[in-house]
Ligand binder design. Structure first.
Ligand code: ZN
Ligand code: FE
Ligand code: FE
Ligand code: ZN
Length: 267
């Protein structure tokens, strides 16, 4: 059984479909457990600096939570979890902590979407890659990823090599960075997310890369699964491949969350 723990909603400004349509698609595929994990409001910026096309507004957040909770009440199958995808922003940990404590999340997925304020995964800002040294960029990115894990704010680290999204790759896979990150995840007790969205991007493979996932497994890091669906048709995207990859990497179970408590189920 593989849960799909990473769904967005139209509230974030760049996803489509109704929340019931995501659930109906999950029912069609026979998924047993799923979770919404929409983008948290851009809490680290003043209101006027926020982009409504990237995340929901503050005042939408309680409605997002209520809607997930009420769908959970009325949907026998699949089990619906309340998650959130929360940006890790160094220096703003306190603000995030207090927002997260406001709602009864089943799990919190931590994401590094910004490097010193640059939204490196935003297609509109892709030109910035030309100004960068890729080795330095990867090092910076992985540093933040480890800091996110160690912050203690998150249950799961999202799409852990998202920096490859648009196909910007190093000459050789950065095995040292993978090892360092896997160790940081293990020490922090967080899960790594196997996120199939990379299959839909220029990266043309899941996040993380196979070698990175293997390092995580060797260090005993638990794994969760998510499609990062931004439309109902993307629910369960690539899950057959994901199952194969997990087994190849030596995983026999995936993590489940309820009220931020972790259990495991066999795959
Ligand atoms: Zn998104
Ligand atoms: Fe993300
Ligand atoms: Fe996402
Ligand atoms: Zn994401």
């Amino acid at each position: 059984m593989m849960p799909d723990y990473h769904w967005h909603t139209a509230r974030c400004g760049h996803a489509s479909g109704s929340m019931s349509e995501y659930i109906m698609e999950a029912q069609r595929q026979g998924l047993i457990e799923v979770g919404f994990a929409d983008h948290i409001p851009m809490y680290w910026l003043p209101e006027e600096g926020r982009n409504p096309g990237l995340a929901m507004a503050d005042e939408e957040f309680p409605f997002y939570v209520q809607r997930v909770l009420s769908l959970r009440e009325t949907t026998p199958v699949p089990e619906i979890r309340l998650g959130v995808e929360a940006d890790f922003i160094p220096g703003s940990e306190g603000d995030l902590k207090s927002i997260l404590s406001t709602y009864p999340f089943d799990y919190v997925i931590g994401s590094v979407h910004y490097i010193d304020g640059w939204g490196y995964d935003n297609p509109d800002l892709m030109h910035e890659y030309e100004q960068r040294n890729l080795d330095e960029l990867y090092a910076l990115y992985f540093e933040q990823l480890c800091a996110a894990a160690k912050s203690g704010l998150f249950d799961i680290i999202a799409h852990p090599d998202l920096i490859k999204k648009f196909g910007h790759r190093l000459a050789k896979p950065p095995l040292d960075l993978y090892r360092e990150a896997a160790l940081a995840f293990a020490e922090a007790g967080v899960c790594v997310e196997l996120n199939t969205a990379g299959l839909r991007m220029a990266a043309a493979e899941m996040y993380p890369a196979r070698e990175f996932l293997v390092e995580c497994r060797k260090k005993g890091v638990p794994v969760t699964t998510g499609s990062d669906a931004h439309q109902p048709e993307q629910v369960g995207w690539g899950f057959r491949l994901a199952l194969e990859l997990l087994k190849d990497a030596g995983y026999s179970e995936v993590a489940l969350f309820r009220e931020r408590n972790r259990t495991f189920t066999r795959i």
